[in-house]
Design a protein. Structure first.
Length: 694
């Protein structure tokens, strides 16, 4: 490997001086030239100086020139002698200008380089030059070692040809960089599945382009040529633009498209709504236009757009003609968007247009599944997922207090006692259709309190609880909402005849933190973060009537109403950029559950005070308040508000419970599970409690 690094002067690695003569320069290893400061004007890897004589260059290795900084340029192969007539590449020829960043922590992108990156410069040629890129071959010699560079043959950087008849045969790998053909009857041939990407210029219009098996990606510009031929296995992707001079505009004498040729223009950047652009004109005749005109479909067509190719003279095949592309942004109906996705469509596009990377990424999606994955990430979180998880947390904290009153009746109501309970739960929603959002969450926490008897034979107590939760949407599992809630309760237990009555009321508050991940294909990703506060109020009432069938068996019919209301503050996301960050208005949500069911308990007595009571419960929970949830949001970058509506969480569903209580008269231990299986919500909770009486 040959390499040079320069700080203050030109970097030149392999130089053939004015008296150097060789019939063949063969590169099998690696040649590097690196300039490392803005003071360096040029990094050259291979240089043939004026006066040298080197007619043939073959490369099966790596020739690379890198210029680091704002002003430097890089050239991989430069011929100033004018003697080089043949270049064959089966390895890699690369020239790069690389901006440098003095401070990686300041979140400021380094300035773009103003220099040039040239892979091959034979513009000083004294005769026609043949440039070929062929498939890599294994080179073996006496030591049986392959010194070539493994992988696909490629060139990166500009290619500058001279004033004579030049030929560029791209028969393997990739070439990325603009090509200047200069004067002369030039030929550009693509075959072998090779791919070219860049702009092409030709000084005298005497260039012929022939694509048989490969891809021609023209990145814009005006070009006059002699002819263009596209074979049965060819793909032609001209870049379109609504800005004059930027769009691909090729004028040829004759143009031919074989059956099977693929023509797929690239829609302009910036997500325009529609447009029509002429990109290929045949002044003498266009043949096979019928093979490519019509709607453009397939794996390389943007899913977001409808694209059609038309001939300006479709009647006479072979007559002077032109091809034009008409593109139209698809409507929400054509895209198959839901009602909420349709409401958000224009605001999302407006925000995407302010972020070139994001807009290019979504315009580049060609697959329906990719598009819906990306669009789902761009959609605001409008479901009641965070609220439902918060409601579940509130209900579980209420249940901890209610469980306390039920267990106290096993011991009697005539002693002051303290208690503590663990709370764990999970909740998941399966929405009825795509217009609502699925979510899943879980939480864990603790509750504790103190209570004692009242003069009228009831029980009064106070409790505190704390719970932490997380909720995520399965469609974007990389993001989530985290929440914690604290709660204070007052509770009272009494009886009216044979009916036991329990009442709970309280207030709480907490903080929610959102991390929303957005991925658009593989080209764009961002994460937005926000936090906000929430306040809640709640209350419940339960009536039960224990029916002792015997000393050891009890049936308890019961009914309960539970209410919770949550007020979430508004918030503004940061960190995602113009296409992602949202400002979300405050929101109030409420739930009212009505439960009915029956509990079966066995009371097993051991000694005078120890009782172990296994129990099972079956019932039904109805969502009495099941209104739609509205959320008004706007992108920070545009400020235009729009409101999304999540459907209700369903009518309700069956409940089951199982657990046991054990008491010795002075302490009680309880363990219980409850499952809710409604038409949309599935909820599971596990509670373990211990209580001590004084």
């Amino acid at each position: 490997m040959l390499s040079t690094n320069a700080q203050e002067a030109n970097a030149q690695t392999l130089v053939f001086g004015q008296d150097a003569i060789t019939s063949l320069l063969q590169v099998r290893g690696s040649i590097f030239a690196n300039s490392n400061a803005d003071g360096v004007t040029l990094a050259r890897a291979v240089l043939l100086e004026s006066g040298a004589s080197v007619p043939t260059l073959t490369n099966s290795g790596l020739i690379q020139a890198n210029s680091f900084g704002e002003q430097g340029s890089a050239a991989a192969v430069t011929d100033l002698s004018g003697t080089l007539t043949s270049i064959t590449n089966t390895g890699q020829i690369i020239a790069l200008t690389i901006p440098t960043d003095d401070d990686l922590t300041d979140d400021i992108l380094p300035p773009a380089s103003t220099g040039t990156a040239v892979a091959i410069d034979v513009s000083n040629a004294g005769s026609g030059v043949l440039v070929q890129q062929l498939a890599p071959v294994v080179f073996t010699d006496d030591d049986t070692t392959d010194d070539s560079v493994a992988g696909t043959a490629r060139m990166v950087g500009e290619i500058r040809l001279g004033a004579f008849a030049d030929t560029f045969n791209l028969y393997s790998g990739t070439v990325a960089g603009n090509i200047a053909f200069g004067n002369g009857a030039d030929n550009f041939n693509i075959d072998g599945g090779a791919i070219y990407t860049g702009s092409i210029t030709d000084s005298d219009g005497a260039l012929s382009i022939n694509v048989q098996d490969g891809t021609l990606n023209i990145s814009g510009g005006t070009l006059n040529i002699t002819s263009a031929t596209f074979g049965a296995d060819s793909t032609f992707n001209p870049f379109l633009s609504l800005t004059p001079g930027e769009s691909t505009n090729i004028t040829a004498g004759t143009v031919t498209f074989a059956s099977g040729a693929v023509l797929a223009p690239v829609v302009p950047e910036g997500l325009p709504v529609n447009g029509t652009t002429t990109f290929l004109t045949a002044t003498t005749g266009m043949f096979g236009a019928g093979n490519v005109v019509g709607p453009v479909n397939g794996a390389i067509t943007p899913f977001l757009y409808s694209l059609t190719i038309d001939a300006t003279n479709p009647i006479v095949e072979g007559a002077p003609n032109a091809l034009e592309a008409t593109f139209q942004l698809r409507t929400p109906v054509q895209l198959g968007l839901t009602a909420n996705e349709t409401i958000a469509f224009e605001p999302i596009l407006a925000a995407l247009r302010l972020d070139p990377a994001a807009s290019a990424a979504i315009a580049g999606l060609t697959d329906q599944d990719q598009f819906f994955d990306a669009y789902g990430d761009l959609m605001p979180q409008y479901s009641d997922g965070a609220t439902e998880v918060a409601m579940t947390a509130i209900r579980q904290m209420q249940s901890a207090t209610s469980n306390r009153m039920a267990a106290t009746r096993m011991q009697g109501l005539d002693e002051v006692s303290v208690w503590g309970q663990e709370i764990a739960y999970g909740v998941e929603r399966e929405p009825p259709n795509r217009n609502a959002q699925a979510f899943r969450g879980n939480g864990f926490g603790f509750a504790g309190g103190i209570d004692g008897p009242t003069d009228n034979g009831g029980l009064f107590g106070l409790s505190l609880s704390f719970i932490a939760s997380e909720v995520e949407e399965p469609s974007r599992p990389e993001g989530q909402i985290s929440a914690w809630f604290g709660q204070a309760n007052a509770y009272y237990a009494t009886a009216v005849g044979a009916i036991d009555l329990d009442f709970v009321a309280g207030l709480g508050g907490g903080k929610m933190t959102s991390e929303r991940s957005v991925e658009i294909g593989t080209a764009f990703s961002a994460v937005s973060e926000a936090d906000w506060t929430s306040l809640e109020g709640h209350g419940s009432a339960r009536a039960s009537m224990p029916l002792a069938l015997s000393r050891n068996f009890t049936i308890t019919p019961q009914a309960a109403l539970t209410y919770a209301g949550v007020s979430q503050g508004g918030y503004t996301e940061t960190g995602g950029g113009a296409a992602v960050d949202l400002e979300v208005d405050d929101q109030f949500s409420q739930r009212l559950w009505a439960d009915v069911g029956v509990e079966f308990a066995a009371n097993m007595h051991f000694g005078s005070q120890t009782v172990v009571s296994p129990r099972i419960y079956a019932g039904y929970r109805a969502n009495v308040l099941d209104s739609e949830s509205e959320r008004t949001v706007r992108f920070v970058s545009t400020g235009t508000p729009f409101t999304l509506t999540d459907e209700g969480v369903g009518d309700g569903g069956p409940l089951i419970g199982i657990g046991f209580d054990a008491t010795n008269g002075y302490s009680t231990f309880s363990l219980g599970y409850e499952g809710e299986f409604s038409d949309q919500i599935e909820r599971h909770s596990l509670n373990a409690a211990i209580r001590f009486r004084f």
